[in-house]
Design a protein. Structure first.
Length: 291
């Protein structure tokens, strides 16, 4: 199996030091690695340039390409408090710095949280004051990203917004929230990461719908499974995420972005990539005639 076509998040080894994690994944044959800057792996954001250069050299010698997932703890682009947004700005700028030193092509960013974020009522559609809060949150995130783009104008790093799970207070649960921001900015440096597990939690049939909404701006996929109730990060096939339908849609639309496995257990990586590779192979020749 050609692992060059698949990426793996360091999340599966979040309690293992980052350098050791990269060594383990490299030894297992992975050539694309996404660094999850949470838990122990947030350490990379505090490393001096010399140590990051050592990781870059290690990756280069082993043929590894990196992407970087910005932390969601302590990073809130949608914050109402200007000081919190300023602190979040510094986190994102630092994440981009690390990504550049590692020769990454993109970073992943959650849009944030606040008093107008997702609630059970939003599942029935926001209106009135709730709709206004969502509008203001989109405006704040758009302004936040516009400033980041301006301050990193010489960079090629793409900022990919990820759809959030439907947990109270989170923004970006609905794909329309992300699309409005990305379409407003209309920059080749801003796109979307579609998290299938998060989308599946929003209701039956909505995962594929949200993928279809994201496709025109899609940079990468985050793939894991769950039963639709919580963000379990199970191996593919262990839950009810519609992986086959998603793969059919993506192959029909000639998706050529990143396929990132974001799983909780390292033991689930190999069977998951084998399942995904089988599905991709099944639909490879069908092109746009699948659907």
């Amino acid at each position: 199996m050609d692992r060059d076509h698949y990426s793996v998040s360091t999340y599966a080894y979040i309690d293992t030091p980052l350098i050791e994690t990269v060594s383990i994944l490299s030894a297992a044959g992975w050539k694309q690695i996404e660094i999850m800057c949470e838990g122990g792996h947030e350490e990379v954001l505090a490393w001096p340039e010399e140590r990051i250069a050592e990781l870059e050299q290690m990756g280069r010698e082993r043929g590894i390409r990196f992407s970087v997932h910005a932390p969601f703890t302590g990073c809130n682009p949608a914050a109402e408090d200007p000081e919190e947004r300023k602190r979040s700005e510094l986190v994102v700028l630092n994440t981009i710095r690390v990504a550049e030193l590692l020769n990454s092509s993109f970073i992943v960013l959650h849009p944030g949280r606040g008093s107008g974020g997702w609630s059970p009522a939003h599942a029935r559609g926001a209106s009135g004051a709730a709709a206004e809060q969502l509008h203001e949150a989109k405006r704040r995130v758009s302004h936040f990203l516009a400033r980041i783009l301006e301050m990193t104008a010489e960079s090629d790093i793409v900022i990919a917004l990820e759809n959030a799970p439907p947990y109270p207070g989170l923004y970006g649960v609905e794909m329309s929230f992300l699309r409005d921001i990305v379409d407003t900015l209309d920059s080749p440096r801003v796109g979307i990461v579609f998290d299938a597990g998060h989308a599946h939690m929003t209701g039956e049939g909505r995962c594929l719908l949200m993928l279809q909404q994201a496709t025109p701006r899609l940079v990468a996929l985050h793939l894991s499974d769950n039963a639709g109730q919580s963000d379990e990060h199970l191996g593919l096939g262990a839950g009810t995420v519609p992986l086959e339908a998603m793969t059919a849609w993506l192959m029909a639309n000639r998706y050529n972005g990143h396929w990132v496995l974001e799983l909780r257990r390292a033991d689930d990586l190999q069977p998951s990539v084998a399942r995904l590779h089988h599905l991709r192979s099944c639909y490879q020749q069908l092109g746009r005639h699948v659907l």
